[in-house]
Design a protein around this ligand. Sequence first.
Ligand SMILES: NC(=O)c1ccc[n+]([C@@H]2O[C@H](COP(=O)([O-])OP(=O)(O)OC[C@H]3O[C@@H](n4cnc5c(N)ncnc54)[C@H](OP(=O)(O)O)[C@@H]3O)[C@@H](O)[C@H]2O)c1
Length: 275
Amino acid sequence: MKKICVITGGGSGMGLATARLMGKDHYIIICGRSVKKLENAVRELQEEGIEAEAFPCDVSDHISVERLADYAKGKGNVAAVVHAAGMSPHMGNAEQIMEVNALGTIHVNNAFYRVMEEGSCMIDVSSMSAYLTPKLIMPKSLYKYSVSDPELFMKKIMKRVGLFPKKVRAGVSYGISKHFVIWFAKQDAARFGEKGVRIISVSPGNFETPMGELEKEEADAYTKYCAIKRFGHVDEIAGLFAYCAGPGAGYLTGIDILCDGGLVASGINPLKKQR
Ligand SMILES: NC(=O)c1ccc[n+]([C@@H]2O[C@H](COP(=O)([O-])OP(=O)(O)OC[C@H]3O[C@@H](n4cnc5c(N)ncnc54)[C@H](OP(=O)(O)O)[C@@H]3O)[C@@H](O)[C@H]2O)c1
């Protein structure tokens, strides 16, 4: 029985670096929307001797994610899922960002909950933005609807985001969506735990990826406040994902891990970009 590792957003950035690492002892299935990007990534992985294939999938579409989960299950034992697919403020509008980051996480957790077995691990990728976005604007009381009625959750949460001026809505949507990812992974720990499956969220700071490049101008302003004064390298987060998914982290679940080079620890005030 093959040990399968599914990586959403595996065609680039953190996802692709994770495929390289996890591919040492897993069969890799990477997914994303761009077929060309996935094909290039699979070629690169195969040239390095990694067994990998692509499965085009849009995480904001629940049928697409259900298909991915069923396909992965058909291939073997889904030992790890690294849900790295995401959209940043420079990549889409507020609604698209919420659909991919928040609704996408609901879809991925629910679809893979069905097919994952004892000993496996789900990792949902959040962001340091969840820590930096002022707590006051997080509509935490609405998060519970995501469990009972994702459609109603989306309606209510987008109504809340719509209260903000248009020019900040994408950023607000990103911060809320990633705060939600942490909440959703945490509340899912008990449900996954009953099956012997662990679930962890990881919140990266600024990393050198295609997304990191798009956000670079804004992100650069923060680097001087980091304890480690540079962007993170993808291998440094891939290593964390691989550790979290492995047996050494067998008692780790229901928790978020912030990997931001010490930026949040500096006490930075993101509204003023100073301490
Ligand atoms: N880089 C940073 O500084 C940073 C900081 C904090 C958090 N993060 C988070 O880290 C994760 C990985 O990002 P990255 O930096 O590695 O960026 P990236 O290279 O842009 O990777 C994101 C991947 O997500 C895929 N994706 C986007 N929308 C999707 C959808 N609807 N369905 C399926 N796949 C989708 C993209 O492929 P397609 O476009 O082909 O679909 C892309 O390959 C994201 O969740 C991001 O929010 C990144």
